[in-house]
Design a protein around this ligand. Structure first.
Ligand SMILES: C[S@@+](CC[C@H](N)C(=O)[O-])C[C@H]1O[C@@H](n2cnc3c(N)ncnc32)[C@H](O)[C@@H]1O
Length: 232
């Protein structure tokens, strides 16, 4: 084999190896363009908020499993694309279980104005930020809370009834196995047809069927992500 042929083969191998990365970069670029207006609004609204620090400082108060309250955020474009795949019908009820400072629930509301969006968060300090940002947005745009259809609830998701939800999002990576078991039990009570978007964890029960599976970007890196449908 001649030297130019070897160079050519090496180049070809490098090119093929780079294809997935190039694809990821292009997808990210395309997503950012698709959701420019929403990203701008969210970045402006939450610009001075450091939810990671707020969560870290507040965690000490709560007697929860060490990892349950670790904070992280899903990439907003990734969540909106996942929701697009779940294709929410009109009049649909969406829940973010563990909604943090409210960014992800806000983004969902802005992209799908017809959805009724609820965010449940245990940490009071994070819940307060979400509520404050909601009222700031409503005031700025002259909107009434009742008509807007975005609500933040400070509660433990393990004690809250969300059986009327049509689509649920759970950024579940940090949940301990014990907590995940209890969440799984609650998800078993959901009605047929409910879609559940989850990061990292799975739903090992014949009551749920995987409709979509991918790796998506979180604040800490790429994570496996699933869309399940409750079928029994
Ligand atoms: C990884 S963060 C996700 C934030 C947001 N949903 C996102 O993806 O950008 C998980 C959140 O769940 C909250 N959390 C953990 N256990 C909870 C519980 N039992 N009830 C309500 N919220 C809980 C944590 O405090 C944290 O804010």
């Amino acid at each position: 084999m001649t030297l130019p042929t070897i160079y050519f083969i090496l180049l070809l191998v490098c090119f093929i190896a780079l294809i997935p990365f190039v694809k990821k970069i292009l997808r990210n670029f395309h997503r950012k363009r698709k959701y420019t207006a929403i990203l701008k609004e969210i970045n402006l609204l939450f610009q001075e908020i450091d939810a990671f620090k707020v969560a870290k400082d507040a965690r000490i108060k709560y007697e929860k499993s060490l990892t349950d309250l670790y904070y992280g955020e899903i990439d907003i474009c990734a969540l909106l694309d996942l929701l697009d795949i779940a294709s929410p019908p009109q009049q649909c009820v969406f829940y973010d279980l563990g909604s943090g400072c409210g960014k992800s629930a806000f983004a969902v509301k802005l992209n799908y104005p017809h959805l009724k969006v609820h965010g449940i968060e245990l940490i009071e300090e994070l819940h307060d930020i979400a509520n404050q940002k909601l009222h700031q947005y409503l005031d700025k745009n002259g909107l009434a809370h009742h008509d807007f259809g975005l609500e933040f609830i400070q509660a433990n998701i393990l004690n809250h009834n969300f059986t009327h939800a049509d689509i649920i999002f759970i950024n579940a990576t940090a949940f301990s196995p014990g907590t995940w078991q209890q969440i799984l039990y609650k998800l078993m009570q959901m009605k047929c047809g409910t879609k559940i978007i989850i990061t990292s964890k799975t739903l090992p029960s014949p009551a749920f069927v995987i409709r979509y599976q991918a790796m998506e970007l979180m604040s800490w890196g790429f994570t496996s992500t699933y869309i399940y449908e409750k079928v029994i």
